[in-house]
Design a protein around this ligand. Structure first.
Ligand code: NAP
Length: 349
């Protein structure tokens, strides 16, 4: 049984559908039984079990599901208690993509090993779509000196409210500031540093700039490179906006302003908008001390669809017992081929 926490949300409902499509048994978990039953009916999963609870960790510890997928967000606070509730033997997956939540989950590695559980953080387009490319480029090679990864998601907007989970993620990114690895250490940089316009393999173009994303950590772990830069197409690249980001980040560190911003942002009504490009792209350039440079790409469709497929694929594989005990990013837990199984195509020009 694969519990989906936050199953009424955008990603939760899609992951439930993808788990069922892969032959797994999803259980929809949330705070309101009526909304959960409505979601189940809309997904054509009217027979699946629903669990209403506002204490998911306690419920997990009591009923011991095989796998838990956490889509309730706020991962910096929710991931560790929910993952620990999965011990002993239960597995945990989340969609975190920031440099606060992901390291916290990864520090549970020894507990997970001792408990025979697999914890996977970053099961989404950004982390998996870039770490899978880095892992493929670095296979059977010595440790490189430099890695650059670029994550260029093409995201369709359904419409409706932005929601608190996403608002919290955006504000958390702004307050963290930029990061990169230098000489093996993660160091602060300007937010939206290293902007670049990319010529994509399908003839289109996309811009990206540096942010405090999980891609950075995952690329460092996948390569061992001392110098790593990670950029995202979701970061602003316009010079005026980039200039204002440090001020916005500083203001949002003030708790009352932060709470206000999250509330206001969560209530923003989004207009339905088609994805800007047909494909989402993960990209990596790896450089070795002897001057060798290798480049690779991962092509996916709509990024949220890839994310939902990735989380479902990881969950189903863990349910089948394919994981090894410990706390990992997705490709390190299950191999880079999990990105292909989630709908990505990797290649090197
Ligand atoms: N890494 C990636 O590529 C990626 C991609 C997409 C999303 N994400 C992240 O995944 C998370 C979910 O995104 P989303 O777009 O699916 O959000 P969403 O549509 O707002 O859904 C979140 C769901 O979680 C439940 N929830 C919210 N707060 C809760 C709480 N305190 N306790 C229990 N349940 C709670 C809500 O369900 P009820 O109110 O019905 O209980 C809601 O439906 C966000 O953190 C987002 O940043 C990551």
């Amino acid at each position: 049984m694969i519990w989906i926490l936050g199953a009424t949300g955008r990603t939760g409902r899609e992951i439930a559908a993808q788990v069922a499509a892969r032959g797994g048994t999803p259980v929809l978990v949330g705070r309101n039984a009526e909304r959960l039953h409505k979601t189940a009916a809309e997904l054509g999963l009217a027979d699946v079990e629903v669990i209403e609870t506002d204490q998911p960790a306690a419920e997990i510890a009591r009923r011991r599901p095989a796998v838990v997928v956490n889509t309730i967000g706020g991962y910096a606070e929710t991931a560790v208690p929910i993952a620990r509730a999965c011990l002993l033997g239960g597995h945990y997956v989340d969609l975190a993509n920031d440099l606060v939540a992901m390291p916290r989950l990864l520090t549970l590695h020894d507990e997970a090993v001792a408990g025979g559980s697999t914890f996977v953080t970053g099961a989404g387009f950004g982390v998996l779509g870039t770490e899978a490319v880095v892992a493929a480029l670095c296979a059977d090679r010595p440790t490189p000196t430099h890695v650059r990864v670029d994550s260029m998601a093409s995201v369709a907007i359904d419409g409706g409210q932005l929601g608190e989970a996403l608002a919290q993620s955006i504000v958390s990114g702004l307050t963290t500031g930029g990061r990169r690895y230098e000489n093996g250490r993660m160091v602060p940089t300007r937010l939206a540093a290293d902007p670049r316009e990319h010529a994509l393999p399908d003839g289109q173009t996309a811009k990206s700039a540096g942010g405090p994303t999980g891609e950075l950590l995952a690329a460092h772990l996948a390569s061992g490179a001392p110098d790593v830069v990670a950029t995202s197409g979701l970061m602003p690249t316009a010079p005026v906006v980039r200039a204002l980001l440090p001020l916005a980040g500083a203001l949002l560190k003030i708790p009352v302003l932060r709470r206000f911003a999250v509330r206001r942002m969560a209530a923003i009504e989004l207009k339905p908008t088609p994805r800007p490009r047909e494909h989402s792209w993960g990209h990596a350039v790896v450089t070795w001390a002897d001057g060798t440079v290798r480049e690779g790409w991962l092509r996916a469709g709509e990024a949220m669809e890839f994310t939902s497929s990735a989380a479902a694929e990881v969950a189903v594989r863990l349910d089948r017992g394919e994981g090894r005990p410990g706390a990992y990013t997705p490709a390190r837990a299950l191999g880079p081929e999990v990105a292909e199984a989630a709908g990505g195509t990797t290649y090197q020009p």
